[in-house]
Design a protein around this ligand. Structure first.
Ligand SMILES: [Fe+2]
Ligand SMILES: [Fe+2]
Length: 316
């Protein structure tokens, strides 16, 4: 079975984001996918996410009925567009959408099950030699704020308690099928390779903000012996790594200002080409991105990014 995995579509951040359902359905057909998996952060409001998933489902139906499974991300449960909306209510509304999983398990083949849920953060991934729980409960450091905290109503539940509750549920599901292989999909990172590393230019703040990327507990769940593939998102660092025969992939699309440096020359508008040509040959990806401004995104470059982000996982 060929699975296509992608995360962090952020359709409302992309000038051409309304085209993403079309691109994904076309790619699902072109790549011969048996199912499409989306690991959260479709949009910054559950209503937008729901409309997108409805359109995607319809388009995949036209391609012969390729199934799509998805979990939410932290952005999908924001209440910025609907003050008073709780996370529980956002999840409840999504339950009527086919393919939606929040700490649920579904069979993919006779041998493999999919276990999926948002996952959450409990500060354990921050540099705990420097920051206490009290520091991390401020959700702000170095003049930057973890805005997701202010736009999410967990119903008064502490992030650490929520993480524990949801990790317990995910672990119980993984362990409920000891004789099956599991594909684990969470929005929060589920492998340490996706923490922002100490040699990254943004580590000066991510030594702190790594605390909101996931939890050590989720890393442990993803290392359960029957987990054969683990998909995550959230951090917007695209990557794929293998450990003890298990694939850990982080197939992010990300926002429009991210990954622009990968766009091939022929897809760039002339003024972009000039801008990029003016940079030194050894310019860092973030220096290139700083020049290629989001409003210049075209349907062609966006499709290129979607195609590049989509990761293929083969399972039995
Ligand atoms: Fe995201
Ligand atoms: Fe996220």
């Amino acid at each position: 079975m060929r699975l296509g995995a992608i995360s962090d579509l952020h359709i409302d951040l992309h000038p051409c984001g309304s085209r993403i359902a079309e691109f994904l359905a076309d790619l699902a057909e072109e790549r011969g996918l048996d199912a499409l998996l989306i690991a959260g952060d479709v949009a910054g409001y559950c209503g937008t996410t729901d409309r997108f998933m409805a359109e995607l489902e319809e388009r995949l139906e036209e391609k012969g009925g390729i199934p799509v499974w998805f979990c939410l991300g932290n952005h999908d449960v924001w209440n910025r567009e609907e003050p008073g909306l709780t996370m529980d209510e956002a999840i409840r509304r999504m339950r009527s959408r086919r393919g939606f999983l929040q700490n649920d398990i579904v069979p993919l083949t006779g041998r493999t099950c999919l276990v999926a849920g948002i996952g959450w953060w409990d500060f354990s991934l921050a540099d705990r030699t420097r920051f206490t729980d009290e520091d991390l409960l401020r959700y702000s450091f170095g003049g930057r704020e973890w805005r997701s905290h202010g736009w999410t109503d967990t119903g008064g539940i502490d992030d650490r308690d929520l993480t524990k509750r949801w990790n317990d549920e995910l672990l119980a599901l993984v362990r409920s099928v000891p004789d099956k292989d599991v594909v684990l999909m969470t929005h929060m990172i589920n492998h340490p390779a996706y923490k922002v590393p100490a040699d990254h230019p943004n580590y000066a703040i991510f030594c702190y903000f790594n605390g909101y990327l996931g939890s050590e507990g989720l890393f442990e769940i993803a290392r359960e012996p029957n987990v054969k593939a683990a998909i995550s998102g959230h951090v917007h660092f695209r990557g794929r790594t293998e450990e003890n025969g298990t694939v850990y992939t982080c197939p992010n699309l990300g926002g429009p200002a991210e990954f622009l440096y990968r766009v091939p020359e022929e897809l760039l508008a002339p003024e972009w080409r000039e801008k990029r040509a003016a940079l030194p040959a050894d310019a860092k990806p973030w220096e290139v991105n700083a020049l290629l401004r989001p409003m210049d995104e075209t349907p062609e470059t966006l499709r290129f990014h979607v195609e590049n982000a989509l990761d293929i996982i083969e399972i039995e």
